[in-house]
Design a protein around this ligand. Structure first.
Ligand code: MG
Length: 387
């Protein structure tokens, strides 16, 4: 059995932000949640160490990633916080992982874990590429031998009995360290090093945050692009006694479109394209015409809900192209107003929304004026959220 301790009680002094960095959102999910997700298949229990007053925020973030967890209160230092967490661990091995390292890969977790099972203590580290100097004030004191220097990351994994021994020894001897491995080293147990990952950065400064955000945006996972595309198609019947509403604009005409909602065929096609691009199904799934809640609904409001659903996944519309297929009436005089309505809802610039209208030269049911159809292709992309 494996326990994980996530120290999340830090104060984010270097982030210049009111909100603690582990609660800041990256592509729709808090940093803390994202730091836990890569661990969830490897650990049996998670102990998250929170700052007083942030327990509920922590609970919310952690429940989005794992089921079996406890929130415990942190101490004055990272070391004290991990110690508080360690008291609650029951696993044979303990994995300590920073709550602000969301880019750790499952592969790295697996490699550290298997080294720890073999050697009792394992950490990921990377050889430093820059020359490291000891500096006092603005003067160099000495140059350290680079070939011996490694930058250490988390997760670090230890046999629980060993980590407990190390923490007890540190408390008895007033040893303070910035990582757990140092305490294990202090009791003389060898610590095995596995190759870390360049991308496994700890978010400490606003620059780190932006960099990690870009990694999620552009390299989210293998085979996934930051730009996604969806297609939408809809037809409604033209009947007397109904208003004709297209793109949220009421168009004077003898007939209107028949449907459960306001039957705005253009917006329906656009909604389906946006949902499709986001992998969220279709409008039938979210606004079924069997549900009285949507009777007479304004499609502009439904579109606003779709935009919110995208935002919840960290996505926003990037462009909309659509075509209305109608024999009559002539629609070109209304296109600019439709674009303006759509721009208001989607927050897209007007030049990212393109509405076209065509006829079928009198052919088929559309040509006979029995209905109006619309098609749309939309792209969506991952949002850049500013801190
Ligand atoms: Mg429809």
């Amino acid at each position: 059995m494996i326990s994980a301790i996530i120290p999340a009680a830090g104060s984010s002094l270097r982030m210049n932000s009111k909100i603690n960095k582990q609660f800041m959102s990256i592509a729709g999910q808090p940093v803390l949640t994202r730091s836990l997700l890569p661990l969830k298949d490897f650990v049996d229990e998670v102990i998250v160490v929170a700052r007083r007053g942030e327990e509920d925020l922590c609970r919310e973030c952690v429940s989005g990633a794992v089921k079996n967890f406890q929130i415990v209160l942190g101490g004055r230092s990272r070391q004290e916080s991990v110690y508080n967490g360690l008291k609650h661990c029951t696993g044979e091995y303990v994995m300590v992982h920073d709550g602000n390292r969301p880019l750790v890969s499952a592969d790295l977790v697996r490699r550290v874990l298997s080294a720890a099972r073999k050697y009792g203590a394992a950490i990921p580290a990377l050889p430093v590429v820059d020359t490291i100097k000891k500096v006092c004030g603005d003067r160099v004191q000495s140059t350290l031998p680079r070939h011996l220097l490694y930058a250490v990351q988390t997760p670090q994994v230890f046999k629980r009995s060993l980590l407990w021994q190390a923490y007890t020894y540190a408390r008895e001897n007033n040893i303070e360290a910035t990582d757990d491995s140092a305490l294990v080293e202090a009791v003389g147990h060898p610590v095995y090093v596995v190759q870390g990952e360049m991308s496994n950065v700890k978010i400490t400064t606003p620059d780190d945050f932006r960099w990690v955000q870009d990694m999620f945006r552009y390299c989210r996972r293998k085979g996934s692009s930051a730009i996604r595309t969806g297609i939408g198609y809809d037809v409604h019947q033209l009947v007397p006694g109904r208003k004709l509403i297209l793109g949220g604009v009421e168009i004077p005409f003898a007939k209107g479109l028949h449907g459960h909602s306001d039957a705005d065929v253009l917006i329906h096609a656009i909604m389906d394209a946006l949902l499709g691009a986001a992998g969220l199904g279709d409008i039938g799934r979210h606004f079924p015409d069997t549900d009285p809640a949507w009777a007479g609904a304004r499609s502009t409001e439904l579109l606003a809900r779709v935009v919110d659903m995208l935002a919840a996944k960290g996505l926003h519309p990037a462009n909309i192209d659509a075509i209305i297929i109608a024999q009559t009436p002539k629609l070109s005089p209304y296109v600019a107003e439709m674009v303006s309505v759509l721009s208001g809802i989607t927050k897209l610039d007007a030049d990212c929304i393109n509405i076209k209208a065509t006829t079928t030269e009198g052919l088929g049911f559309l040509g006979r004026g029995e209905g109006i159809a619309a098609q749309s292709v939309c792209t969506v992309e991952y949002s850049r959220e500013e801190e």
